[in-house]
Design a protein around this ligand. Structure first.
Ligand SMILES: [Zn+2]
Length: 325
């Protein structure tokens, strides 16, 4: 309430009320409203700066942060699943694949190594959620590294597998004469009595008794190095170089089906059984060489015989009978 003001009127000799002008009154009211508005506004600003009340925007941001935290937690669970699957693959890689191909297992520390040196996570520091974000980023970095190492390991295994496949195709692994063509297995590798001198003598190969003209097959992939009659005792004979230190020799043949320097595959027809050279009866004398030493060919027929046939052959080959040479 504004004060009521009076003035002395000499004409009427009385005090008269001063009536405020209409415009003045309006101005006062406007000033009052402006003042209260400014005061209220300042008060609001002060209040908002004290964290005592949250604005709707702040509330919505807080909700958003909560949601991010929840999503991070879910991502963490998914990462855990990935880590488990990866660990399983790594385990198989080390204990089956790498072992099978004779490659050294990759140590755990190497697979799970983080990144040393500069702090890669500096830019993530200094926020409310830094710890959670850095931990998650580190985990992802390690998973990524694990994947790279695993992928490289599989590349290596692929290469080794291809190499092994070539090796397996190369080494002498089948019987050089079909089982149904065999009259009988005459003599194995070991000490046997010489058919000519009857003296006990080392027999360096296996003798397969078959009629003259029976087909003889290459026991592994390779290159024919000799197909001639110029080695004493063997008669007409063939030698195949299989690589990896392996060589096979087929003696006492009646006929060749290949020439020197010819490439052959396992199972190719290379010649025919005969009785040439130092031989008592038609048979194939078969030798397997590894690194220039003759070894027992009996260990190399896994490619063509059943367990029973192999057993039978073992029985025959181990009898200390007379060889046909
Ligand atoms: Zn022999």
């Amino acid at each position: 309430m504004s004060k009521v003001k009076y003035y002395y009127d000499p004409d009427t000799l009385s005090y008269r009320k001063i009536e405020p002008k209409k415009s003045r009154r309006f101005r006062n009211i406007a000033l009052f409203f402006l003042g209260s508005f400014l005061f209220g506004f300042l008060g609001l600003i002060l209040l908002l700066n004290t964290n005592l009340v949250n604005t709707p925007r702040e509330l919505s941001l807080a909700r958003e942060v909560k949601n991010y935290e929840l999503q991070f937690e879910l991502l963490g669970k998914k990462m855990e699943q990935i880590e488990n699957v990866l660990a399983n693959i790594e385990d198989r890689d080390n204990n089956i694949y790498r072992l099978y191909f004779e490659a050294n297992p990759i140590p755990e520390e190497q697979r799970r190594a983080g990144f040393g040196g500069v702090n890669r996570y500096k830019s993530l520091e200094g926020f409310n959620n830094s710890e959670m974000i850095i931990a998650t980023t580190k985990r992802l970095d390690i998973i990524q590294k694990q994947m790279v190492i695993q992928s490289k390991s599989l590349d290596e295994i692929t290469k080794l597998a291809e190499e092994k496949e070539k090796l397996l195709a190369a080494i002498p692994a089948i019987q050089p004469i079909k089982n149904e063509d065999l009259t009988r297995m005459a003599s194995g590798y070991g000490w046997r009595s010489d058919p000519f001198t009857k003296a006990r003598k080392m027999h360096w190969g296996m003798d397969f008794t078959s009629p003259k003209g029976t087909p003889v097959y290459a026991s592994g992939d390779g290159t024919v190095t000799r197909a001639d009659n110029n080695a004493s005792g063997y008669g007409k004979h063939i030698r195949i170089d299989h690589g990896y230190g392996y060589m096979s020799l087929y003696g006492h043949l009646s006929q060749y089906n290949v020439k020197a320097r010819q490439k052959v595959k396992r199972g190719d027809l290379i010649g025919f059984v005969g009785n040439t050279g130092r031989s008592e009866a038609p048979h194939l004398h078969y030798e397997v060489w590894k690194d220039d030493e003759r070894i027992n060919p009996i260990n190399f027929y896994y490619g063509s015989l059943t367990a029973e046939e192999f057993e039978n052959m073992l029985k025959y080959a181990n009898q200390e009978n007379q060889s046909l040479d």
